[in-house]
Design a protein around this ligand. Sequence first.
Ligand code: ADP
Ligand code: ASP
Ligand code: MG
Length: 408
Amino acid sequence: MLVVQKYGGTSVGDLERIRNVARRIARYKEEGHDVVVVVSAMAGETDRLLNLAHELVEEPSPRELDMLVATGEQVSSALLAMALNAMGYPAKALVAFQIPIKTDELFGKARIRDIATDRMLEELKKGYILIIAGFQGITEGGDITTLGRGGSDTTAVAIAAALGADVCEIFTDVDGVYTADPRIVPKARKIKRISYDEMLELASMGAKVLEIRSVEFAKIYKVPVHVRSSFSDEPGTMVVEEDETMEKVLVSGVTYNRNEARISLYGVPDRPGVAAQIFGPIAEAGIVVDMIIQTGRPDGRADMTFTVPKTDFKKTLRLVEGLAEKLGLEKIEGAEEIAKVSIVGAGMRAHPGVAAKMFEVLAQHGINIHMISTSEIKISCVIDEKYTELAVRALHEAFGLDREPEEE
Ligand code: ADP
Ligand code: ASP
Ligand code: MG
C-alpha cells in the first residue's frame, strides 16, 4: 500500500513528539507500506515568523514573507528525516522546489498547479521514506510561495492525488472531525464518516481541522482522507463520497469563523456595472469576498455590505476608498469584531424550517444577526464576535448534536 500521512504542528511540536511520529512512521514501514509524509512547521513557528516580519515592517512584501514562513516546514521535515535515519530507517526530507510542487504567483495563498512525481517515485523505489515540507510551493520563475494558513493539509492531499495513494491520513491534535470544535463545545461528538460535500462546507465555514483546498482536492481526485490523532491509534473520521451508511441527520455540524471583517458602502449608484467596478479590483488582488448584501434605497442609490477575511480588511478598505470619489459614495465603514456561525448538513436539502429554527435560537440568547447567507446544505449568520461561543454551544444543543444519532 502507498500511504500519504500528514502531521500537523502540534504533532511535531518538540523533539520528543518528533521521535514519536518517527516511531509511528517506522511501524508503517515495517508493515511493508510505502510512506510519504508531509509535515507542518513545529507548533507556533509560523506565527512566530509572521510576528517577526510584522514587528519589523507594517506590511512586509508578500514575496519575502513567503521566503520567511516557508522555512518552518524545512526545519521540521529535516528533523523528522534525521530521527528516522537514526532509528535505522532511510528517509529523505524534500522541500517544494526539489519535487517540484509548482504553484501560481499568488504569494501567501498560492494554488498548486502541478506536482511532478518522478523524483518521489524514484526515491520510494530505492526504499526511502519521504518527508515533504508542507505549505510551500515554487513558481515557474523559481520563487518560493506558500499556500495559505493550514496549507500543509492541501500539500498532503494533493500529493496523495498525484501519487494515487490508497489513503491520505491527516494526523492532528484531535481524534477526528467533530460536530463542533471540541475546544469550544465539550459535548461535541466525533463523526465516523462524512461526505466530501459536507466536509467542504464545514471547512469553508471555519472548521480548521481540514483546510478547505485539501477537501476540494480530495473530492475531485476521490482521495479517501482519514482524520485522526497523532497521540493514539483510535480510528478517526473518514472523509469519503456520500453513501447510504452515513448518519442520516438534519444538521451534521456547527462551525464558527472569527477571521472575517465587514465593510459597508453607503450611497452606491444603482446602475449596471457598479458591482463589477467594486468587486473587480478586489478579486484581482486575490481577496475572497464571502457574503454580499445590497439594499436598495428610495433615492435610487443603494447600500452594500460585504465580508472579507480579517487579514485582507485593510487592503480591501484601501481598494474601495480608491473608488469612493469616482462612484460618489457617501460613506465607507467597516468592523473587525464580527464572527460567522454556521450550521451544516446534507439533511437540510429536504427539510424546511431549519433556518427559522436557527434564527429563533440566536434570538432566544439575545444575539443580533447582522447578515445571513444560505446554500443547499448550510446556513450562516454574521454576529458580534463576543457571542461566538455562546451561539455555537446554543446551536449545537438546539439541533440535538449532543445526542448519538439513531442507527439506520
Ligand atoms: P494541525 O496543526 O494538526 O493542522 P489544526 O489546529 O489546524 O491542527 O486543526 C485542528 C484543530 O481544529 C483542533 O485542535 C480543533 O480545535 C479545531 N477544530 C475546529 N473545528 C473542529 C471540528 N469540527 N472537529 C475537530 N476539530 C475542530
Ligand atoms: N505551518 C503552516 C501554518 O501554520 C501550515 C500548516 O500548518 O498547515 O499555517
Ligand atoms: Mg491545520
